[in-house]
Design a protein. Structure first.
Length: 91
């Protein structure tokens, strides 16, 4: 999938979170680009993330409007093939 055709991916993260690094590594490994929103130390941004997805941990990954979830969810979706379907707009 070329960079141009991939949907917009947004990752809410902090710079110190190991799960965030693992999520970025997974996305990087698939050749995907993504926007990072660093919510570390920013209560308003963290609250906005929580409001958006109902989760209180980082990372939180969105593909377009689709909330994938945290690293565990992203990893499971990758292994099951669901992630490729989401990326293709088939979910
Ligand atoms: N199962 C989650 C675990 C994520 C997690 O535990 N993240 C930690 C930071 S590494 C967190 O957000 N803790 C709550 C906090 O920092 O307030 C995932 O795979 O994303």
């Amino acid at each position: 999938m070329s960079e141009q055709s991939q949907p917009e991916i947004t990752v809410y993260l902090t710079s110190t979170c190991p799960y965030c690094s693992m999520a970025k590594n997974l996305l990087n490994g698939k050749g995907l680009t993504y926007n990072e929103i660093n919510v570390g130390g920013d209560r308003a941004l963290w609250d906005a993330m929580q409001e958006k997805c109902g989760r209180n941990t980082v990372p939180q990954v969105f593909i377009g409007d689709h909330h994938v979830g945290g690293f565990d969810d992203l990893s499971a979706a990758d292994r099951s093939g669901e992630l490729d379907k989401i990326l293709a707009g088939n979910v």
